[in-house]
Design a protein around this ligand. Sequence first.
Ligand code: FES
Length: 339
Amino acid sequence: MSHKIALSFEDGVTRFITCGTGETVADAAYRSGINVPFDCRDGACGTCKSHCESGAYDKGDYIEDALTEDEAAEGFVLTCQMRPKSDCVVKIAATSAMCKAGASTFSARLSRLERLSPTTLGFALKVDAGELSFLPGQYANLSLPGTREVRAYSFSSLPHDGEVEFLVRNIPGGRMSSFLAERAKVGDAMSFTAPMGSFYLRPVTRPLLFLAGGTGLAPFLAMLDLLARDGLNVPAHLVYGVTSDADLVLVDKLEAFAARLKGFTFSTVVADAASSHPRKGYVTHHLAPEHLNGGDVDTYLCGPPAMVDAVRHHFQAAGVTPAAFHYEKFSPGAEAKAA
Ligand code: FES
């Protein structure tokens, strides 16, 4: 039985390979044209040492000099020896360029385009050919048609029949958002390079706290899509904060996830003092002690830099250190990563 292995490189690029029964990750990578670091091929030199983020595997044979017992217990592996027993995510200690493993470029068609609110657009792209794989939370670099410009947007769904969704803030004067809001039509050709980024859902082993700022909601929709597919057996809470009422979108989608996923709850927060929303202020104003769970919580945050700092301070002030804190900073005004 073959397994899908995500090779995650230091520069944020991820490449997926298929590892056959009994095949080592290094052999499968080379067969796919990816030159992961490699030397003795014998479990002796340690050159291929990498970190397995998730999945089950046989460690293989090696000597202590190449991989210590403590390293193995922490999830380090030798890819020349590692034989996967399930799908795995392996962090390679090299850049994709060093391994000749650049991200793939996909040509696609605009298959849906929707103005979700005066400030936010949703759209979907259907890839023309090729298998699109990514980890939920990752992003794509979209080319602005007719130009050499690219903008980075998180996937807001898993791929379904080659179609993926995105969420974009409609920024006045923003090149990509103006194109989408004013000129784009369903059927238009677009292209993107993916998958990118190290912000993705890790194996779920403890309660989850998701914190989204504005269109930073997008990666969480992809994560929830995965959890809805695979099941959720821990509590997960999302706090979705926006600036104004108009920024609050896809709440019906979150309600559908809450109805389908036992253990998933969410709340929305609006910062605008003039809003009549029942919860006002910032995300940190609406974090209850049970959401922090005494630190036994994996926290994921996607939002502006100030939000990352505010949440860090909130944890410190509460005297709590989350077991894991993964975040993606973005600046909506710059249409930057993960917007
Ligand atoms: Fe030497 Fe793997 S290549 S230990």
